[in-house]
Design a protein around this ligand. Structure first.
Ligand code: HSE
Length: 441
């Protein structure tokens, strides 16, 4: 083995769930980690507002304080691990750590998605590493896969179940026939949800993670403000059931595709054929499918949250820092996978220009000619029907649900068709529309 290198001193900001997990994994696997890196990684300082909690986790093995701003100034610390979340203090602390020439490891997806461009510029100017594997899909090494393992490929698209809370809710809705509102409380009780569950159920958390993946897949800056985001709060139980009858599962997907006209960057409920592996990712688990031109579709599956799964990613980042701390910036993997001078400001395709197939559900008076009118509206706009299903009205009901699956069309064309269908006399209420993805090529 190579001669023993000096200890890597780590300062930990936040000793909550992931911080505690990081401390435990580093301690438990210290020997294995040392065998891999040739260097000891030691948490020497911890800052947390809850001093009692911090002391109960680290005992006398690290210095404990409650002032994060003192920690990031400490000259003995090589790497700052930011696990406090949010963007206000976290951003200030990370930028201060960088200005003090400290490397940074963070699990903060919101911080990287919103302020990554500024943070990476500061890191480059100070020649330090900013590593963020834990920010996307918890323990799944998707950043490593995209930035390094798939580096030979032109990435064509990325599609992922990247929010465990919503996947848990959708799984419960499908398996137990429950309504959205009845399952949300359970997800919160189980501790999957973000502090503000709106971030989960409205797709914002997934959009943070998708923004990061698309930046490193295509070599472009973070463009969170241009992501199209639609959550699962309006999803009805019956659509999950009808989709299943037609051979599909409904998942909240983050999808980013490279097209000649721009990059698609969108989070929304999506029908996926049930035969796809990713359609069978259930409960709070995460999965990401990446299509590379050389390798074809690849799938990454695992726990997207939790103390030790997330710590697994944080510690792997610390190990990269341990190996690369003395390397030049040219020897390190670029922050956004591509050399900074080759990062391109690619346009994001507005959702109206996205091409998709659709699931449509409408409620109609059960009388002659209604279906003909609906299909004429679609046909007139060159929208081809793939499958159709009419549900018998229940006893004493005069209205029936009509479900239509279409082939691919451009979203603005579908918007026009839906507006016209909703104007038909026999149609009751709004048309429900869910986008569909084959995820096969
Ligand atoms: N609230 C997130 C989720 C946690 O449900 O996936 C991990 O980012």
């Amino acid at each position: 083995m190579s001669k023993e290198l000096k200890v890597l001193n780590v300062g930990l900001l936040g000793i909550g769930t992931v911080g505690g997990g990081t401390f435990n994994v580093l301690a438990r696997n210290a020997d294995e980690i040392m065998r891999r890196t040739g260097r000891q990684i030691r948490i020497t300082h911890v800052a947390d507002r809850n001093l009692d909690l911090a002391r109960s986790v680290v005992g006398d093995k690290a210095n404990v304080g409650n002032d994060a701003f003192i920690l990031v100034e400490n000259p003995d610390i090589d790497v700052v691990v930011e696990l406090i979340g949010g963007y206000t203090f976290a951003k200030e602390l990370v930028l201060k750590a960088i200005a003090n020439k400290k490397h940074v490891v963070t699990a903060n997806k919101a911080l990287i998605a919103l302020h990554g461009n500024e943070i990476f510029a500061a890191a480059k100017a100070n020649n330090v590493i900013v590593a963020y594997e834990a920010a996307v899909a918890g323990g799944i090494p998707i950043i490593k896969a995209l930035r390094e393992g798939l580096g030979a490929n032109k990435i064509e698209w990325v599609a992922g179940i990247i929010n465990g809370t919503t996947n848990f809710i959708l799984t419960e809705m499908r398996e137990k026939g429950l309504a959205f509102a009845d399952v949300l409380g359970e997800a919160q009780r189980l501790g999957y949800a973000e502090a503000d569950p709106t971030f989960d159920v409205e797709g914002i958390d997934a959009a943070h993670k998708l923004t990061i993946m698309s930046a490193i897949a295509f070599g472009m800056p973070m463009k969170f403000d241009q992501a199209y985001t639609e959550g699962i709060t309006k999803l009805e139980q019956k659509d999950i059931k009808y989709a299943e009858e037609l051979g599909y599962r409904v998942k909240l997907l983050g999808i980013s595709k490279y097209t000649e006209n721009g990059v698609e960057l969108r989070v929304h409920p999506t029908l996926i054929p049930e035969k796809r592996l990713v359609a069978n990712v259930n409960g709070a688990m995460n999965a990401v499918v990446v299509k590379g031109d050389a390798v074809g579709p690849t799938l990454y599956y695992g726990a997207g949250a939790g103390a030790e799964p997330t710590a697994s990613a944080v510690v792997a980042d610390l190990m990269d820092v341990a190996r690369l701390i003395d390397a030049t910036s040219e020897q390190r993997v670029p922050y956004l996978a591509f050399q900074p001078e080759y990062v391109k400001d690619l346009p994001i395709l507005p959702i109206e220009e996205v091409q998709s197939a659709y699931y449509l559900r409408t409620r109609a008076n059960d009388k002659p000619g209604v279906l003909a009118n609906v299909t004429k509206i679609l046909g007139d706009r060159n929208i081809s029907i793939d499958a159709m299903m009419q549900k018998e009205p229940n006893e004493n009901e005069t209205e029936a649900d009509i479900v239509i699956l279409t082939h691919v069309t451009v979203e603005k064309n579908m918007n026009a068709a839906i507006a016209a269908i909703e104007l038909l006399d026999a149609i009751v209420g709004r048309v429900t529309r869910i986008r569909m993805e084959e995820l096969s090529r």
